[in-house]
Design a protein around this ligand. Sequence first.
Ligand code: FAD
Length: 482
Amino acid sequence: MHSFVYPNRFDTIIVGVGGMGSATAYHLARRGQRVLGLEQFNIPHDQGSSHGETRIIRLPYYEDSSYVMLLLRAYELWREIQRTSGQHLLHLCGSVDAGPADSWVFKGALQSAMEYELPHEVLTGKELKERFPGYNLPQDSLALFQPEGGFLTPERAILAYVFAAQALGAEIHGQEPVLRWEALGQGEGVRIHTTRAVYEADSLVITAGAWNDQQLRFLNGLAVPERQALAWFQPLKPALYQPESFPVFNLLVDEGRFYGFPVYGIPGFKIGLYHHFNETGPADAIDKGVYWEDEEALRACTAKYFPDAAGPTMTLKACMFTNAPDGHFIIDLHPQYPQVAYASACTGHGYKFASVIGEIMADLAQHRRSRHNIEPFTANRFHGRYDFGVGGELSNVTQYARREQAHPTRGRDNRRPGSMTSLERPRRGMRTVNRASAKQPSRVSHHDYAQFERGIHNRSDQPAGPSEQRAREQEWRARSFW
Ligand SMILES: Cc1cc2nc3c(=O)[nH]c(=O)nc-3n(C[C@H](O)[C@H](O)[C@H](O)COP(=O)(O)OP(=O)(O)OC[C@H]3O[C@@H](n4cnc5c(N)ncnc54)[C@H](O)[C@@H]3O)c2cc1C
């Protein structure tokens, strides 16, 4: 391979220019940092976790309502990169979170919508079909419709971030795998060895997705790649499955937990099954082929719950989740080398956060801490269950994770994330669900930055006093956090 001579000292080097890495490059370059982004494949590519034309974004968050705070900032930053790039990346067509009335998907979505006063409507299966005739859910299922849901276009967004970062002086290299990195003393920088050159930087950000555990051995068993399959079926009634007529969905039914999209990018209704066939392994060993069993599982759900979408197959693709044992993101500094920050933000729901995770990673690279509360995402939540060993190297780590993988205590439908009890956030007291009142859409604006700030900075359970709140609000509005 040809070797080039590059100026080889940077403020920050980023390993992996996918969803998270591209956003990180932009945020750092915007702050005037000298940035180098290194990607092993083309940019973008279809071998990792950020391909397939569309990714769902939704505000009510059944996985844990604590995520809503980050989502509010993520929406804001998606809009910012849209403006900067002139690209349409965020498509709002509404979102549906549906399942049995007592299911974690429906109940969790409703809880977070109510907790954060997000505009929403609760519809029965019958009402949903009347409103959006592409749906054919069981009559007794309940759906939470939220108008600000929709989808992002990941390949375009990665390019938008790369173009914007380059325009600000960032250097981005494709086809340059990072072979290894070494820390230069305590906090004194890093040296990176690639297939083409050797570089140094003050900070290293590792956003290598399904390959994260190859850069950080202690993530082995904590960030586990898993094969996913996706299908695009040509709708029999295309008008029912357009972004104007069909909201994105998360759907819990007897067959599993599915997600899907209106026709966009590829002429087909797109559907996937969370934790498809539970096939895990090292990233390079994950089978990227797609087979008839994959198609059958996705077609069966489509034919039953979206019958007018179940036409001829258009496209099949494979992709990789990277799962944490509790289903939440892992974002942290290296346990031994604080000049190294990393993000494993997937478990099937991370892309929508890429814009704000880019901001978090930029904070960590520059300041070793973030303006956002990432406490719930730090790896030390696994301590006790995991032994991080000497120097962050894994010694006897993965028993819990491997036991969970080998003998999942819950069925596929119930592979829900654990609760994020450590995140202090504004709590207004849960209201009980009253179907009659829940049907009334809430109209309260969610752009409440005082609330946002309390969630980010208030590390105690005591509510901030009014003057403190005002100060924080002003600080946020001035955008001069650092
Ligand atoms: C099928 C599927 C559907 C999903 N649906 C949704 C959804 O609807 N909504 C949602 O919010 N999220 C969704 N997700 C999750 C989301 O896509 C991921 O959270 C996100 O893509 C992860 O981004 P990443 O940057 O961590 O990984 P990637 O985008 O894969 O980036 C990692 C990059 O690092 C590079 N790399 C690795 N090792 C090296 C090395 N040694 N040297 C150089 N480069 C390296 C890789 O090549 C890759 O480009 C879905 C995921 C999948 C697979």
